[in-house]
Design a protein around this ligand. Structure first.
Ligand SMILES: [Zn+2]
Length: 315
């Protein structure tokens, strides 16, 4: 199968040409300042056409376009149902019509974390595993689950998707989703500045001199002995590990795959989460293995192939 793939991230749009398990060509569009998806469509068209030419493939050979979108997506109806402060006009766009009129191709859409999990199960860390959950750590925290070899979608297309919005502290911070104390509100990328600044001793921390906070800076400062960075790192690790136990209890997976940009610090994260799972997850057979996504930021692009191959009538 040959697919055009789009991964609509919070700060960039990943574009790819995928033949089966191989990414033939890819590129990235900066979307941080994009006010709408409509305003990006012409740029996306140009970029897909460019990398299609680079890949040596022709559009007539393609089986379709797949879009991974950061929101609640009903793949069965081909509709984006809900967005969260990004590409809010997408709900009203006829993207199937766009794909057909610009490329002559059918379109299939799915939530971005689900598409990443499809990619990892098809060609990555979870290849051949029938029961697997994924947690993506980035600006937000994404979730997805595959049970008995099929994506879990639920009655309203949101099952397993809201892993980052499972509460870890009912007395915690307000989340953008309307809930309180979600994993994402306690240790997601967007909540990191507040988490750092409210940690006692912040003004004496090396982190106080930074104009922009990210997890890489926190892990580096913690490595150098900064006590505020160590406290923040400890708290985030505990939130992510608690989130892993929650999805293990909910979906009974063989393995838990962690993905997203934060996994540049996988050497620190995985042993901590594995130990926490061993101690706190209630299982009757052993413990799920905790591992890192192996396709990195390409996971959702590779997931285009299984998504386009899927028979939605039985999912
Ligand atoms: Zn939430």
């Amino acid at each position: 199968m040959l697919a055009l793939a789009l991964d609509m991230g919070g700060t960039h749009v990943g574009c790819g040409i995928v033949r089966d398990r191989e990414l033939l060509a890819s590129s990235s569009i900066d979307s941080e300042r994009a006010e709408s998806l409509q305003s990006l469509l012409a740029v996306i068209e140009n970029e897909l056409t460019k990398i299609l030419n680079e890949s040596g493939a022709r559009v007539e050979e393609c089986d379709g376009i797949a879009i991974g979108f950061p929101g609640i997506v009903d793949a069965r109806q081909g509709r984006i149902l809900s967005t969260l402060k990004k590409y809010e006009d997408a709900i009203h766009l006829d993207l199937e019509q766009w794909a057909m009129s610009r490329f002559g191709l059918r379109l299939r859409m799915e939530n971005d974390a689900r598409m990443a999990l499809l990619g990892e199960q098809y060609a990555g860390a979870a290849q051949g595993v029938r029961d697997v959950v994924m947690i993506t750590l980035g600006t937000g925290i994404g979730g997805a689950a595959i049970m008995l070899g099929r994506l879990v979608r639920g009655a309203h297309a949101q099952a397993a998707n809201l892993g980052g919005h499972l509460p870890v502290d009912f007395q915690g911070h307000d989340c953008v989703c309307g809930n309180v104390g979600c994993a994402e509100a306690e240790a997601g990328g967007w909540s990191l500045p507040r988490l750092i600044q409210e940690t006692p001793g912040f003004s004496e921390s090396t982190l106080a001199s930074l104009t922009h906070f990210n997890f890489q800076a926190v892990f580096a400062a913690a490595h150098n002995g900064d006590s505020v960075a160590r406290a923040v790192r400890e708290r985030c690790l505990k939130v992510w590990a608690a989130n892993a136990v929650a999805v293990i209890h909910a979906y009974d997976p063989e393995i838990v795959v962690f993905g997203g940009g934060v996994m540049k610090s996988a050497d620190h994260i995985l042993p901590f989460v594995q130990e926490y799972v061993a101690k706190h997850a209630w299982t009757g057979w052993g413990k799920p293995r905790v591992c890192a996504a192996s396709l990195g930021t390409n996971a959702a692009l590779i997931g285009a192939v299984p998504l386009l191959s899927e028979d939605l009538l039985v999912s």
